[in-house]
Design a protein around this ligand. Sequence first.
Ligand code: ATP
Length: 268
Amino acid sequence: MSTSDNTTTSVLEVRDLHVEVANSDANAEPIQILKGVDLTVRSGETHAIMGPNGSGKSTLSYAIAGHPKYQVTSGSITLNGEDVLAMSVDERARAGLFLAMQYPVEVPGVSMSNFLRTAATAVRGEAPKLRHWVKEVKEALSELEIDPSFIERSVNEGFSGGEKKRHEILQLGMLKPKIAILDETDSGLDVDALRTVSEGVNRYKERENGGVLLITHYTRILRYINPDFVHVFVGGRIVESGGPELADELETNGYVRFTADTAATQGA
Ligand SMILES: Nc1ncnc2c1ncn2[C@@H]1O[C@H](COP(=O)(O)OP(=O)(O)OP(=O)(O)O)[C@@H](O)[C@H]1O
């Protein structure tokens, strides 16, 4: 299935999503992390999710991507009406979902070059023609100011934090998903890398008309990637949604207004 069709609109819909993880003590109850998340992301839209540490933002991204540790106990996730929860992880990727993880994993022994071509072949449904592919990779590396020698190194092995994040955006550009979830892609980036990575995300939005779900703690990335919607995520759900001005309010006042509300509700 091709994931690159910028003439159609894609819609990711998350409805009343509840997710738990197994407790490390096998005799104890599982831990409920997501407690009713509702979210709709359409092509061309950028949604920023901001929230305190441990509120469940990464859990939401893992649940959408299909991480086996995160059990959906109720609710639904659909992409263009298709049941994402019924899909395996690779089917989700082929359907057009992409996750740039907060902590990208190292894959010793697999070169970036092999990894990218294999992944692109899987999501595009056919192997890219070699001459086009080489040109495509070269251009993408140059746009992201990545040294071409990195392409022959093992995936993320020995990469600095910032280099790993840049490579996530390289994958985003090459795999051209319909909806991209970027989990703290800005963490650990120096000011120049932040600009380069943000430009990569903006190019993806322009070229693919992609939908972006951006999890972040900082408004600085939102100066480069303009969000259409900002959501405040507290206690396993979205407690308020608004426009970019909401991010400015959070920068100034923090989450006190929202955490106090949640504590009152949970105590009731
Ligand atoms: N596998 C797991 N086992 C036990 N607890 C877990 C597991 N995964 C997540 N949690 C807990 O679930 C809560 C939410 O974690 P999550 O990583 O989703 O939060 P977050 O909002 O992304 O946090 P941060 O902003 O610090 O990255 C945390 O309290 C975390 O310790």
